[in-house]
Design a protein around this ligand. Structure first.
Ligand SMILES: [Zn+2]
Length: 234
């Protein structure tokens, strides 16, 4: 888990790696890539090539850094996302929650090269940004086995990722961590709260010891009971 400070907000992209390859789950805001690379370097794994990027969903604080991780030439990481968010990530459909005005306010302070790269990637794309669609229940042969759990509600194509060897759930924005406890997703950013809580029920079936929330970080211990309690709020 990386802790990326974006002004007042801290977000937690996650890396999974072995000696040959690295996977990054979520990419921060537009312009975040250099800071994420620096965190990876500080973690002592800066030499391992980034082979894949998994986007848990289409929100700007998760996909914003993507353009700078995808070189125009040379070996690019494989980008994964669920089909129900892929159109927004590919720029063939507007992003669900970010108005053009709000997007402009995020991009305006950035260096022109970053801004142009962002616009070329998401607003006037020449090619799809998503290379591979994720399906509910599939296990990717990544880092010893990474199972995709489709958890719609926060966005239609939101996924959580379950890393089998470490019994870790990468929750994206399906839940928040606050005061050492799991909470339901942020109501103001979750258009379909009932569906989002329904999605949490799917997580109960997994043997989870650690949850990494993109907002709030790591929670360990009786996480399955906490998730069941949240899902029970229906
Ligand atoms: Zn988020």
């Amino acid at each position: 888990m990386l802790e990326l400070h974006l002004g007042p907000m801290t977000v937690c992209p996650t890396i999974l790696y072995d000696k040959d390859s690295m996977v990054l789950a979520d990419t921060g805001m537009p312009g975040s890539a250099p800071a994420i690379r620096e965190l990876i370097r500080q973690a002592g794994v800066g030499e391992i090539p980034l082979s894949s990027i998994i986007l848990t969903h289409q929100d700007i604080d998760h996909i914003g850094g993507l353009p700078e991780f995808v070189p125009v030439e040379g070996q690019a990481p494989i980008v994964y996302a669920h089909k129900d968010d892929a159109d927004a990530i590919n720029g063939t459909e507007p992003m669900l929650k970010v108005t053009p005005e709000r997007l402009a306010s995020f991009l305006q302070p950035l260096p022109e090269t970053v801004r142009m790269l962002f616009e070329r990637t998401f607003l006037h794309p020449l090619r799809p940004n998503v290379d591979r669609l994720l399906a509910d229940g599939e296990t990717l042969p990544i880092a010893g086995g990474l199972t995709v759990i489709h958890t719609p509600g926060h966005t239609p194509g939101h996924v959580c990722l379950y890393h089998q060897p470490s019994k870790t759930l990468i929750a994206g924005d399906a839940m928040l961590a606050m005061d050492g406890k799991l909470k339901g997703p942020n109501p103001s950013a979750t258009p379909h709260m009932e569906q989002a809580l329904q999605s949490l029920k799917k997580l109960i079936a997994f043997d989870i010891e650690t949850v990494i929330c993109y907002h709030g970080g790591r929670i360990q211990g009786d996480v399955t009971n906490q998730i069941a309690a949240l899902a029970g709020q229906l």
